[in-house]
Ligand binder design. Structure first.
Ligand code: 4NP
Length: 160
């Protein structure tokens, strides 16, 4: 079986992408694929490097059994396009920022997370940072739906 690696990317790497990382890691573990699918996250910005996820994101995730506490924010780098098979962005601004960082050969690795939840209403995962708790619940709902679709989409690559 082949290996696949995925890096989720948002702006700060303290709300959306660490949530997606934890959701995807649990789905991968539950599927018995943790030695074949590696999961990470990063931000396009540098403001929160080294910080743990936002407390509101940690609280909302903990209610669903996800532990975000060990994660630390980092900034995406050009080398990540060599390391990862897919770079999965939360919104259009992330995609634009990633296109500026990516070596030209790596640009086709960039996807929007919500592409993997084609029945969802939303095209993007909206930034919850300046809003209330409901935004963090919505991020979890979207990540759970889309990461499930993403894992299904990865299965043929693993079987190659
Ligand atoms: P994230 O949320 O991109 O989902 O981690 C944000 C975190 C921090 C900021 C914006 C969005 N900020 O402006 O510091």
């Amino acid at each position: 079986m082949k290996k696949v690696s995925v890096c989720f990317v948002c702006l700060g790497n303290i709300c959306r992408s660490p949530t997606a990382e934890a959701v995807m890691r649990r789905l991968v573990d539950e599927a018995g694929l943790s030695t074949h699918v590696s999961v990470d996250s990063a931000g396009t910005g540098d403001w929160h490097i080294g910080e743990a996820p936002d407390e509101r994101a940690q609280r909302a995730a903990a209610k669903r059994g996800y532990d975000l506490a060990p994660l630390r924010a980092r900034q995406i780098a050009a080398e990540d396009f060599g390391t990862f098979d897919l770079i999965v962005a939360m919104d259009d601004a992330n995609v634009t920022a990633l296109q500026q960082v990516a070596p030209s050969a790596g640009r086709d690795k960039i996807r929007l997370l919500m592409e993997f939840a084609p029945h969802a209403q939303e095209r993007v995962v909206t930034d919850p940072y300046f809003g209330g708790d409901a935004g963090f619940e919505a991020v979890l709902d979207q990540c759970e739906a889309a990461c499930s679709g993403l894992l299904s989409a990865l299965r043929p690559r693993l079987a190659d």
